[in-house]
Design a protein around this ligand. Structure first.
Ligand code: AMP
Ligand code: GLY
Length: 429
């Protein structure tokens, strides 16, 4: 069992991971690069180590006698941090660079889905204006255009009509705003979104509790996309039987495919699903924990996360293991700084953190310490996770805590988990 673990990343997701690892009966020694002031309560932070520099991470892990490196964000995975750590003889929780292409390249993911028989939106890959115009005309509107590489959720343009599609084509091919001219043109899907994450050991995928996240900045899903303004778990529409079926449909075939290709998938495979009238379809894969889904999913985890990370880092290591979740609800509300998502405000003093901790888990996302005070240091600043026996209680606890935290320009959505609370009321009637 790993006793010295290095987590890469410094946002809310990594704080939630550190909190879950700290609950392990193994009491591991925890390190985090770069970490943040919240993480510092449970781990030694390494602010000078760049998590996306594979050679530096492998060297530091060796120096510190780390047994396992667990990767939070996508950039280190795509840079090949797992390959470098493994080459140094150290275990890692996360996919290799080649396996991380499922997130790093949309066209790679679409081809993998086609080969593995996973349901997804119809698509074509285009590399110039003329073929983009032709593909848009063939697909019809609404249509979705996606930059091929990593774009932090911003490289996806949903075009309701031809004129929006033509503008988007200019953005991709004339302005080259996303730095690539490889663009996926795909059919627009309607339905409710679901985040379904599975932990994988190169051979099998074990699903984690389902979650939903709220991507838009504004209430009622309006305004621009963000990294995520809130989340909740579980999701009433997915029973435990359906969870196994869904995972067999969207995770296992990809794990099998990557194993056949000689690039076994280890770590978290996150399927972003659209539950359409024609059944579930995969919108995208991420090759890591979701942010902010993790902040709502991991507080419900009853299994030992250290044991799961160790098992998933070994070929077939999850054999005979199961993952259990408590029946309680978790609702996560994100507090964002002024200007987010277009910009973010740094250095605003944050108050009320101790009072908030009385009703919710306080997770630091973009904070810094300055002269003994906690200040804002990013777009998404804090996450408050309320737990309770039902969705309404968990939601009330999260908002109670969110109301106690203050900083200049604080932004939050007030409708997180509203859908779950409404379903709960409907079921009671
Ligand atoms: P992605 O990065 O591919 O998940 O896309 C970001 C967001 O855009 C998704 O979470 C959806 O809300 C939306 N989206 C992506 N693809 C589609 C699609 N084919 N139809 C409808 N909405 C989509
Ligand atoms: N919550 C969406 C993501 O982590 O990509």
């Amino acid at each position: 069992m790993s006793s010295r673990i290095l987590v890469l990343g410094g946002g809310g997701r990594e704080h939630a991971i550190i909190k879950a690892l700290a609950r392990s009966p193994q009491s591991p020694e925890l390190f985090c690069a770069p970490g943040n002031p919240g993480i510092a309560a449970d781990a030694t932070c390494l602010p000078d180590l760049d998590p996306a520099d594979p050679a530096a991470v492998a060297a530091k892990a060796g120096e510190l006698g780390i047994d396992l490196v667990a990767v939070g964000p996508e950039a280190p995975l795509v840079a090949g941090v797992v390959d470098a750590v493994n080459a140094a003889g150290i275990a890692a929780f996360g996919p290799s660079r080649e396996a991380a292409r499922l997130e790093g390249s949309k066209s790679f993911a679409k081809e993998a889905m086609a080969e593995a028989g996973v349901p997804t939106a119809g698509y074509g890959v285009v590399t110039d204006r003329e073929s983009a115009l032709a593909k848009v005309a063939e697909t019809g509107c609404p249509v979705v255009l996606k930059a091929d590489g990593l774009a932090a959720g911003k490289g996806v343009l949903i075009c309701l009509d031809e004129s929006e599609a033509h503008e988007a084509i200019e953005v991709f091919f004339t302005e080259q705003r996303f730095g690539t001219t490889e663009v996926v043109v795909e059919e627009f899907l309607e339905g409710e979104e679901l985040s379904l994450l599975a932990i994988c050991d190169g051979e099998r995928a074990i699903p984690l509790a389902p979650a939903q996240d709220y991507k838009r900045i504004g209430e009622g899903d309006t305004g621009p996309n963000t990294g995520g303004m809130g989340s909740y778990s579980p999701v009433q529409t997915v029973s435990s039987d359906q969870l196994a079926e869904l995972s067999a449909l969207v995770h296992q075939p990809i794990v099998d495919l990557m194993a056949r290709r000689g690039h076994p998938f280890h770590g978290v495979l996150y399927a972003g699903l659209m539950m359409t009238a024609d059944g579930p379809k995969v919108l995208e894969y991420n090759t890591r924990f979701g942010d902010p889904e993790t902040q709502a999913v991991l507080p419900r985890l009853e299994s030992d996360l250290v044991e799961l990370f160790d098992a998933a880092s070994e070929p077939g290591g999850l054999a005979g293991k199961s993952v259990s979740f408590s029946p309680q609800w978790a609702v996560t509300v994100v507090l964002a700084s002024a200007g987010y998502p277009a910009s973010s405000s740094k250095g605003d003093v944050i108050t009320g953190l101790d009072a908030a901790a009385a009703t919710a888990e306080v997770v630091h996302a973009g904070t810094a310490e300055r002269d003994g005070q906690i200040v804002t240091a990013g777009g998404r600043v804090l996450n408050l996770t309320g737990l309770g026996p039902d969705a309404a209680t968990a939601r009330d606890r999260a908002y109670d805590a969110a109301g106690k935290v203050n900083f200049d320009g604080k932004q939050m959505r007030r409708d997180i988990a509203e859908r779950a609370v409404r379903r709960e009321r409907d079921q009671e009637q």
